[in-house]
Design a protein around this ligand. Structure first.
Ligand code: GDD
Ligand code: MN
Length: 389
């Protein structure tokens, strides 16, 4: 490429701006993009409005009729008939986009347009596929959010990182730029807000960079994030988790993998003791007046169940939740747990009775033996892993 002039026919950057009830914000965003974008980068802004009751769509239309054209900057609007979620609005915008570089941003000025030229620079300079404007790297910040909202964002971010193995520091960002070809082959669920997260999980080997920015809470209008957005988030994470191929560890040494799984298995076991104790006491006290033996049976069933789920999801990272397989695994797991209990009693009796070993010592040996054999049996037979990896 020789020259990049503002007169080039095809836009070089498409900025997707979804709106729902942003009548007080949208024109400010469109204007400030016009002010900020370097004149040599032919830019198209695409507003995707979901028939906002406050007339956002009409405001943009009227503006487009009257505004003087700025060279190298065009504005377009897509009208959708109903509110259909942020992710899907972004996708509609992308389908409409004519350039190879896509920028996604909110329309409430929480995302400073000043960052856009930096994102585009970084894309070019480092030949990146994706640049994320990040609140959670050095230099990034959030202004004007309540502690509750900050906490929610942190938790959601942590879930994405731990649960889905995402490395990006701000996978919840709504402000990012990427090369359109990276999503060519992807099938999106487009649930809720988290399009970036889907891109991060469903692509491999991308060159990703994060640049810091300060998120400033909107001055006008209100957030559209509601209870259903949060439910959608969990659904979306769950779907990505089940279908995702992201490995949570790159550890190659079998010994380390074995030991770390064993450690997780024992941690789960310890958590099971707590569940067992809590349920067993809860069911005898006030709440329900069960006979203590019944309460204890509930406690045991509850702890075997939570142990099973945690081991499936966390220890052995098994993502196949088909009913048949899960039930059969649960059957085996419960069986090994019961056998483990019997083995434990047997060992205690044997050590104390035959060798005269003190009860606490015998108990510790027995618990360790039972837990370890339980681990091995479940690894091999319930979750069908090779023993040594
Ligand atoms: N077309 C359309 N349809 N636009 C929508 C919809 C929808 O269903 N829902 C939300 N939007 C638009 C809003 O008008 C706004 O421009 C943008 O999407 C973000 O919505 P907000 O309601 O302002 O979200 P927020 O400020 O609470 O959340 C922001 O921060 C999160 C980070 O924690 C967004 O940037 C999120 O994307 C981001 O994940
Ligand atoms: Mn917002």
């Amino acid at each position: 490429m020789t020259l990049e002039t503002r007169n080039e026919k095809r836009p070089q950057v498409s900025i997707i701006i979804p709106t729902y009830n942003e009548s007080q914000n949208i024109l400010n965003v469109l204007k400030s993009i016009g002010d900020i974008i370097p004149k040599n980068i032919f830019t198209e802004a695409i507003v995707v409005d979901d028939n906002s009751p406050d007339g956002t769509g009409k405001i943009v239309e009227d503006y487009l009729k009257n505004v003087k054209k700025i060279a190298g900057y065009t504005i377009d609007i897509i009208h959708r008939t109903t509110k259909n979620g942020l992710s899907s609005a972004i996708l509609s915008g992308i389908q409409h986009a004519t350039s190879d570089t896509i920028v996604v941003m909110d329309s409430d000025l929480s995302h400073p347009p000043q960052i856009i030229p930096k994102m585009i620079d970084v894309l070019k300079k480092y030949q990146c596929d994706l640049v994320v404007a990040s609140r959670y790297i050095t230099g990034g910040n959030i202004q004007g959010w309540t502690t509750k909202r900050k906490l929610m964002s942190k938790i959601a971010t942590m879930i994405a990182k731990k649960g889905l193995g995402v490395k990006t520091k701000d996978p919840m960002s709504g402000f990012f730029a990427f090369k359109k070809n990276i999503i060519k082959e992807l099938n999106f669920d487009a649930l809720g807000y988290k399009l970036l997260l889907e891109i991060l999980v469903k692509t491999k080997g991308l060159n990703i960079k994060e640049i810091p920015y300060t998120f400033e809470n909107r001055k006008f209008g209100s957030s559209k994030l509601d209870y259903s957005t949060i439910v959608d988030y969990f659904k979306s994470v769950w779907k990505l988790y089940k279908n995702g191929k992201i490995k949570t560890t790159n550890e190659k040494r079998n010994s380390v993998r074995f030991l770390s799984k064993a450690a997780r298995f024992f941690t789960v076991g310890a958590s099971g003791l707590a569940v067992n104790y809590i349920i067993s006491t809860l069911f005898t006290s006030g709440l329900t007046d069960f006979w203590y033996i019944h309460a204890n049976i509930f406690g045991i069933i509850a702890s075997i169940s939570t142990n099973f789920i945690l081991n499936k999801v966390w220890t052995f990272e098994d993502r196949d939740f088909s009913r048949k397989k899960t039930l059969s695994q649960f059957g085996k797991f419960s069986m090994f747990s019961s056998i483990g209990a019997l083995v434990q009693i047997g060992i205690v009796f044997w050590l104390v009775d035959t060798y005269d070993i003190s009860y606490p010592l015998a108990l510790i040996s027995a618990i360790t033996t039972a837990a370890f054999s339980n681990f091995v049996l479940n690894k091999k037979l319930t979750f069908k892993e090779k023993l040594w990896n």
